[in-house]
Design a protein around this ligand. Structure first.
Ligand code: IMP
Ligand code: MG
Length: 175
């Protein structure tokens, strides 16, 4: 069955996402009071979450982006990860918050955390909108987590299935 003919059921409606983003922003703003962390968004899926989170913070921040590829255009992980786009702001001595849309196997985040830690930042924390536990292969400590889900393939609010459906305002599950 083709991707376009699958049903998309709303799992997390837009207003629930918005209220969760505010909660996360409040926690981060309080933990980083008096600091100016660099928020590093993992492209592309994170874009809507990232923009709303950064604008909801009540502290100053800097932003940058990084991109790794692991999935190609299918939904099955290839297991190998490549850095496709690096950050541009020097991170040495800085407080970093890596922002991810969804953590699945954990391979992408582990790879990126290692890479960034090797550049001697002052601190590294992780913020993920969705923690999907089912296929975790490598342990990841998510310091700021939006929603926990067991499994399923999710699309919308930036998340794609072979580049389709990123534009949907709600998070939906394909079934
Ligand atoms: P991991 O390396 O397996 O943790 O994969 C993380 C990346 O896979 C995320 O940044 C997403 O781009 C993608 N991904 C994992 N699960 C989903 C999903 O349910 N929908 C859309 N993308 C996903
Ligand atoms: Mg993706």
């Amino acid at each position: 069955m083709g991707i376009r003919s699958m049903e998309k059921r709303v799992l997390i409606p837009r207003r629930e996402i918005q209220s969760k983003v505010k909660d996360l922003a409040r926690q981060i703003s309080s933990d980083y009071a008096g600091k100016e962390p660099i928020l590093i968004g993992i492209l592309n899926g994170v874009v809507f979450f990232f923009a709303e989170l950064v604008m909801a913070l009540s502290i100053p921040s800097k932003i940058d982006f990084i991109r790794a590829s692991s999935y190609g255009s299918s939904s099955a992980s290839s297991g190998t990860i490549k850095l496709v786009k690096d950050v541009e702001i020097p991170v040495k001595g800085q407080d970093l918050i890596i922002v991810e849309d969804i953590v699945d196997t954990g391979l992408t985040l582990n790879y990126l955390v290692k890479k960034l830690k090797s550049r001697e930042p002052a601190s590294v924390k992780i913020c993920a909108l969705i923690d999907k536990a089912e296929r975790r292969e490598q342990e990841v400590t998510i310091d700021y987590c939006g929603f926990k889900v067991q499994g399923g393939f999710l699309v919308g609010y930036g998340l794609d299935c072979a580049e389709h459906y990123r534009y949907l305002p709600d998070i939906c599950v394909m079934e």
